[in-house]
Design a protein around this ligand. Structure first.
Ligand code: THU
Length: 131
């Protein structure tokens, strides 16, 4: 799959976002080594703290379907003028499973930048510290 195709999958997920409170839709598409793609969107809640981000939706879908050690790329898309930078919690959750993940981060219109997760979460705390 091309980078563009993965980013487009993340953009397509904006349509499923449930963000009535922030009105800030986010979509994600997580690609595994074998080509499987798990998508996600943010899902908010009237109890604000119960919201889940798009990236973590995608990770949880993947892990619950038996994928956990084969993530290669994630695309994250927003509808904002700036790139849709992943929050700290999502960086941490991604780092747990794929510290060498490549991140494609898009903004309104679909333009994107590519960054390694290790740059987004420098000196991250991961399972190696505990296992
Ligand atoms: N959001 C994500 O889905 N991913 C991020 O990495 C940043 C924030 C969502 C959470 C909330 O629904 C909305 O964006 C505003 O914070």
């Amino acid at each position: 799959m091309t980078e563009r195709e993965l980013v487009d999958k993340a953009v397509a997920m904006l349509a499923y976002s449930y963000a009535p409170y922030s009105k800030f839709p986010v979509g994600a598409a997580l690609e595994c080594a074998g080509g499987a793609v798990f998508t996600g969107c943010n899902v908010e809640n009237a109890a604000y703290g119960s919201a889940i981000c798009a990236e973590r939706t995608a990770v949880v879908k993947a892990v619950s379907e038996g994928h956990r050690d084969d993530f290669v790329r994630i695309a994250i898309a927003g509808n904002s003028e700036d790139y849709c930078w992943p929050c700290g919690a999502c960086r941490q959750v991604l780092f747990e499973f794929a510290p060498d993940l490549e991140c494609l981060i898009a903004k309104k219109g679909g333009d994107y930048v590519k960054l390694p997760l290790r740059e987004l979460l420098a000196h991250g705390f991961g399972p190696k510290a505990l296992l």
